[in-house]
Design a binder for this molecule. Structure first.
Ligand SMILES: [Zn+2]
Ligand SMILES: [Zn+2]
Length: 436
């Protein structure tokens, strides 16, 4: 909120003109509400108000004579099973601050600006300190909220705080529902549940100090795939889809960990106005990540498939053999997701065991990623403790169960199978019988 050049800030209370009670910024409603009398003041209009709404372009699964028509996933893509380049692992092991420094050093300076103002609360008179990186801050004694008068009246904000280029910063977001304290509790629950995995890293204590709130840029798409997998019980084909999948538009946060936070509820999409954001939320513009934009969905599919098939069918070893996939982007579907993020320990080296945690700022679902040399990535997640209620019939992330299928006939017609019947007969055995 700071006017760093001039050091002049006029603090303004978010108080109701009618009754004097504190007012609360309400992102979904696009304004500030008085908790006592219901008086409502809309946020100042900004360019973001002209952001077009998302047009969802779902395509229903077609059935013909009882068979599934899977034409959209007909073409096998060998490249889709290429492993990620080694540079990918290097980036995943970098700390967020290092990545920000590499991409936008000015933003890192602005974010880490520890300047604050000492003041007496204009409401209750007690002494309080306000960090200059906070847009709106709250008096801990009386609960009154304050902000920079200029920003509150115009909706302007300090664009230096955006990591990346401002014109790549999306105008739509899902508002935060979870407070920082609740996110810290979610991390604590995760640690209790998987105590052994976090034995040498007290993520709960670290969360109290280091947990940050952030808005992460993603693009929504329907992601659908057909895959052939080799397992300890045989080879089989399955079909699966994730509707309204969040395709990351940045490498700042681990894409695989972010993927663990689904489902998201898109019925609450609103326009982001950073001037009215409470507390310190880090803002990330979308990054041009080149070739990786195209390949990341493949890497995620490869990494996540074995665990999904284990959960669905109890298979211990699944190796993807072939895959065909279809990514159908929705229109104007760029948005920011609210997350809390705990980076790995500050002194963790590139080759040390690293633990990172993310919490879904909407629902409270928490997930950890444990990276350890020579071991597979370990994901740990717990469902939300708070009772976030998804809007009925609204747009949300939907991951279908994996469905074993068998090709029957043209055009692209497949039969749904039970997993027991889906395992392909060992062709070696068949020929052995014929000629043996
Ligand atoms: Zn009022
Ligand atoms: Zn006060």
């Amino acid at each position: 909120m700071a006017d760093r050049q001039h050091g002049k800030i006029t603090i303004s209370a978010l108080a109701c003109k009618d009754c004097g009670a504190p007012m609360y910024p309400d992102m979904p409603k696009g304004g500030m509400s008085c908790a006592y009398c219901g008086h409502f003041v809309p946020f100042a209009p900004t360019d973001e108000d002209f952001t077009p709404r998302i047009t969802f372009r779902h395509q229903a699964l077609e059935t013909v004579g009882g068979f599934l028509k899977l034409g959209h996933v007909a073409i096998m893509d060998k490249e889709a099973l290429n492993p990620p380049p080694s540079a990918e692992q290097k980036i995943r092991r970098m700390r967020l601050d290092e990545k920000i420094r590499a991409c936008d050093a000015d933003a890192l300076d602005a974010i880490n600006d520890e300047a604050y103002i000492d003041m007496n609360c204009p409401h209750c008179g007690k002494k309080l300190t306000a960090n200059l990186t906070d847009n709106i801050f709250t008096c801990p004694y009386c609960g009154q909220k304050f902000g920079d008068y200029d920003q509150l009246s115009t909706g302007d904000f300090d664009a230096t705080l955006i990591v990346g280029r401002k014109y790549n910063f999306y105008g739509k977001c899902l508002p935060f529902h979870l407070h920082r304290e609740e996110a810290t509790q979610a991390v604590a629950s995760l640690r209790r549940r998987y105590a052994d995995d976090f034995a040498d890293d007290n993520i709960e204590a670290r969360a109290k100090e280091e947990l940050i709130a952030a808005y992460v840029p993603v693009q929504l798409a329907d992601y659908r795939w057909k895959m052939q997998v080799k397992s300890e019980r045989g080879t089989f084909w399955f079909y699966q889809e994730c509707l309204n999948w969040t395709w990351t538009r940045t490498l700042m946060f681990d894409a695989y960990l972010l993927d663990e936070l689904a489902p998201w509820d898109y019925s609450e999409l609103s326009i982001l106005k950073p001037a009215y954001l409470e507390g310190n939320v880090r803002l990330f513009a979308s990054q041009n990540i080149g070739e990786w934009q195209r390949t990341i969905p493949n890497y995620i599919l490869q990494k996540k498939t074995p665990a999904r098939l284990k959960a669905a069918f109890g298979l211990e070893q699944c190796e993807p053999l072939q895959v065909s996939r279809d990514l159908r982007k929705h229109k104007f579907a760029f948005l920011l997701l609210p997350i809390y993020f705990l980076d790995c320990k500050k002194d963790a080296g590139e080759n040390d065991k690293q633990i990172r945690v993310m919490v879904n700022g909407q629902t409270g679902k928490a997930a950890a990623l444990i990276l350890e040399n020579g071991k597979d990535d370990l994901f740990r997640a717990i469902e939300p403790a708070t009772s976030y209620v998804f809007a009925k019939g609204g747009e949300r992330t939907i991951l279908s169960p994996p469905m074993p299928v068998k090709y029957i006939k043209s055009p692209f017609l497949h039969e749904r199978m039970d997993i027991e019947d889906a395992f392909e007969k060992n062709s070696g055995g068949f020929f052995a019988k014929l000629f043996g």
